[in-house]
Each structure stands twice: as structure tokens, then as C-alpha cells.
Design a protein. Structure first.
Length: 262
């Protein structure tokens, strides 16, 4: 939305010729531009030009005049301002140079101003979107909360009454609950299945013939030794390394290596 200047209630459409603008005001005006596109948009709106039909020659002269003023005021020119000046000069040269006639079936060359016009339209749309977002109401904007004032809806804190008897009773219950806990101790395995399998195979290799199954179970090892020996026998049998025999019902079970395999 464009802003109008009112003098005695009447809008000022054209500035008076004898209007004096201090040099410092021009410095402030230049410093408000956020980039070269902002300067171009300002010049186009000031002259009421169409973005899609920019008079490049006039805009280039006005843009270079602004850059010259910035140099006279010892203002540091960013590289993007100089790049835009070079771009405008290139477009101006391409617009002024005569174009060779094109064949009837050839397509017309693109307008050299098209890329700049698209960039300016995108810049204007982005600025308008930013202004629209800034105008939207924001939650909590302009309000300040004291650190001592609780937010609305907060429940007040109720401090419990101090009772030494209840505290002692709770400590006693915690102590009794602690006595019910039992530590679980994990002990390392006393027997190794791999070592028992290796020992059985070594014994069967060095003693030909059948061996009694009960001879592999040592009484001093207890239940753990009996279980590990039986597991080792089953693992060797699963690998098809053992042969089993029982001569009669309920007779002792004998084992040996299958076919003399190692």
C-alpha cells in the first residue's frame, strides 16, 4: 500500500521545483535500501513503470546516478550493487544494438529484460509476504510477565505439614523393604562344554575299542559334571563322531569313535 504525503489535508502528487532536500536526508534514504533490487523497485515505483516493460536505458541512468551519489558520500558500495550496474548496462547494450533479421521459421529471441523482471517480481512478492506475516497477531506480543506472578490456570503449591513421626515411620519401612532384597550372585561356569568334548575325543582316540559311558562321569564332579558329560556325548553324536551299543536290555552303554574318525 502506497503512502501519500498530505499538506493542509491535500495530497501532494508532484514535488515542488524549489523543494530543498538536505544532503543528509539523501544519505538516510540510501542507507534504507537493503540491496540493489530494493533500489530498482524504488525507481520503478517512483516512475510508475511496468515491471514487465522496464525502460532499461532510463532505469540504468537513474541507478548509476544513485551509485555516484553513494560514492560522493563516501559510502562503501557492496559488490552486489556493482554487479547489478553491470547487468543493467549489459541489458541496455543488448536492447540498443540492432538485431539481424530472423528467418520466418526461426523463433524470436527472448527479451533480455525477462530474467530481471522475474527477479524483481519475486523480490516484491517476498517483501509483501513478509509484511503480511509481520502484520499478523502474535501470541504474547507486547506483554511482560513478572517472575513472581504465576500464569493463569496454575495450581498453587501446597506445602506438606512437617511431621517427624511420619518421616521416621517412612524411613523404617524403607529399611524393612531393603532387608527383603536378596543379592543375586553370578558365578562363572565350573565346567566347559568345549573342553569336555575335546577331552572325550582324546580319550577315545588313545583307547581303541568300546568305552563304558559311565566311565566318563566322575563322581567328584557332582551333578554339574554329569550334565556336562552327557551334553558333550550328545554333541559328539550329533556330529556323527560316535557309535553306541547296548548288548542287552538295561545293560551298560558303550561308545567309541565312528570308523576310527578323529
Amino acid at each position: 500500500m502506497e503512502q501519500q504525503v498530505l499538506v493542509f489535508g491535500e495530497p501532494v502528487v508532484q514535488l515542488p521545483k524549489d523543494l530543498f532536500i538536505p544532503p543528509d536526508a539523501l544519505r538516510v534514504l540510501l542507507e534504507t535500501f537493503s540491496g540493489p533490487l530494493d533500489v530498482l523497485v524504488y525507481l520503478i515505483r517512483k516512475q510508475n513503470f511496468d515491471v514487465l516493460d522496464i525502460p532499461v536505458a532510463l532505469i540504468t541512468e537513474q541507478y548509476l546516478a544513485y551509485l555516484e551519489v553513494m560514492e560522493q558520500l563516501d559510502m562503501a558500495l557492496a559488490a552486489e550493487y556493482l554487479l547489478m550496474a553491470a547487468t543493467l548496462a549489459e541489458i541496455k547494450a543488448r536492447m540498443l544494438l540492432p538485431r539481424p533479421p530472423l528467418p520466418e521459421d526461426a523463433e524470436e529471441a527472448p527479451d533480455p529484460r525477462a530474467a530481471l523482471a522475474e527477479q524483481l517480481l519475486l523480490y516484491v512478492q517476498t517483501g509483501q509476504a513478509a509484511e503480511a506475516l509481520a502484520a499478523l497477531p502474535r501470541v504474547g506480543a507486547g506483554t511482560a510477565l513478572s517472575a513472581h506472578v504465576p500464569p493463569s490456570g496454575a495450581q498453587p503449591l501446597v506445602k506438606p505439614s512437617a511431621d517427624a513421626g511420619k518421616l521416621a515411620e517412612m524411613l523404617r519401612r524403607l529399611w524393612l523393604r531393603h532387608d527383603l532384597r536378596r543379592a543375586h550372585e553370578v558365578e562363572s561356569e565350573e565346567f566347559s562344554l568345549t573342553e569336555r568334548m575335546d577331552a572325550m575325543q582324546a580319550r577315545l582316540r588313545h583307547h581303541d575299542g568300546w568305552q563304558s559311558l559311565s566311565s566318563f562321569c566322575q563322581a567328584g564332579e557332582g551333578r554339574g559334571g554329569l550334565v556336562i558329560s552327557l551334553m558333550a556325548m550328545l554333541e559328539l553324536d550329533r556330529s556323527q563322531l560316535l557309535e553306541w551299543q547296548q548288548k542287552a536290555l538295561f545293560a551298560p552303554v558303550d561308545v567309541r569313535l565312528r570308523g576310527g574318525r578323529l
